[in-house]
Design a protein around this ligand. Structure first.
Ligand code: HEM
Length: 341
């Protein structure tokens, strides 16, 4: 799995006017699609002004997703996987920073360019969409290509993401498997998850490792080996206790214990300073791509929320679900399949 760019600027928008629909809405996607293509090709767009002058706009990745209202406004069939994400025990959701009609994720190597590209796209869309919430995120500067990024709890996060054909199967909607307009698209669940870092930092390394089921520094499963060794969930210690505990995060979330359900996680760390009570306002902007959240994110999170040892150290504060649009055809635009009728 390629390592994602270290900077993220995610913006969720609402339709500026509920009357925007059909061909008026199509115009927004045509402009957005060509601007995103320009930016990803390393070119500037007029809306950036002079911010990017003298910079190398390398490595921009732009992902576009739509929410239920845009799907309806375009006249497209609402896919079953867009069923609302249900509530889970222990969460504390901020409605204003959840949901949204359109999502644009801009990732890049350079924080200035990532910010400027994201804002330029918002400027370009102002006649159609108003910003609803935004999220900036970061990954450690890569030391080795292909290495797994570490999160603010100090864990290697992303080790057991699916790769190759397994990833394709887990992420991309196969033609005929869902509504026609989503063929080769994917569904994105976003959750801003605050980490109770003061409590976490107070644990011993051994306790931290038991929460996840992996070694903190190497990322190796507690059953032995190296980072990418297959965990053994049946291995016992001398006392006959499972070495990967019954409530360990990787045991409860592993496909083997979830009827094969597999998602592709792309979390970014965030740090917004402190809450009024002095606790860090920091954590993980969790993103998971999958073919159907009803069969992946929802059942897995239901189980994690009630039994995962990690849940004592996290609070889910926002939630959003978007249909990530398939790529454009030759000469077409991202979102074209929404408007086919
Ligand atoms: C702040 C919250 C979270 C943190 C810090 C966290 C951290 C981790 C870590 C360190 C691993 C092991 C390394 C890896 O394979 O990536 C992992 C694995 C995993 N996590 Fe999380 N996670 C969080 C939330 C979630 C949520 C909300 C879900 C889904 C509902 C989830 C699903 C998974 C899955 C599917 C795996 C791979 C399991 C396997 O195949 O071994 N995680 N997570």
């Amino acid at each position: 799995v390629d390592r994602p760019p270290p900077q993220l600027r995610f913006t969720a928008y609402d339709l500026a006017d509920p009357a925007i629909a059909g061909s008026a809405l199509q115009g927004a996607f045509q402009r957005l699609s060509s601007a995103a293509a320009q930016l990803m090709a390393g070119r500037r767009i007029a809306e950036q002004g002079s911010v990017s002058t003298g910079s190398t706009p390398a490595g921009l990745q732009i992902t576009i997703g739509v929410g239920e209202r845009v799907i309806r406004a375009a006249g497209a069939t609402l896919p079953g996987p867009m069923a609302p994400i249900p509530p889970f025990p222990g969460e504390d959701l901020d409605a204003a920073a959840s949901g949204g009609d359109l999502a644009i994720s801009v990732c890049g190597d350079d924080p200035l360019l990532t910010s400027s590209a994201a804002r330029a796209l918002g400027t370009l869309l102002a006649a159609w969409f108003r910003p609803r919430w935004t999220r900036s995120g970061f990954l450690p500067a890569a030391t080795e290509p292909g290495s797994t990024p570490r999160n603010l709890m100090g864990q290697l996060d992303g080790t057991d993401n699916p790769a190759g054909a397994r990833q394709d199967l887990a992420v991309w909607v196969a033609p005929g498997a869902d509504v026609a307009w989503m063929a080769d698209g994917t569904y994105l669940v976003c959750r801003r998850i605050r980490m109770k870092l003061a409590a976490w930092d107070g644990l011993t390394t051994a306790a931290k490792q038991r929460v996840i089921g992996r070694e903190l520094v190497s990322g190796a499963p507690l059953s032995g080996g190296t980072e990418h060794s297959t965990p053994s969930f049946t291995a016992l210690d001398a006392a006959g206790t499972p070495v990967i505990p019954a409530d360990a995060h990787i045991r409860l979330s592993h496909p083997a214990h979830n009827a094969g359900a597999t998602m592709m996680r792309r979390g970014y760390s965030y740090d917004d300073g402190y809450l009024p009570d002095g606790q860090p306002r920091a954590g993980l902007f969790f993103q998971a791509f999958q073919t159907d959240p009803r069969a992946t994110f929802v059942p897995i999170q239901r189980r994690l929320a009630s039994t995962d040892a990690l849940s004592a150290f996290t609070v889910h504060e926002t939630s959003a679900l978007f249909a990530v649009l398939p790529g454009a055809s030759q000469g077409g635009f991202v979102g074209e399949t929404l408007f086919l009728g």
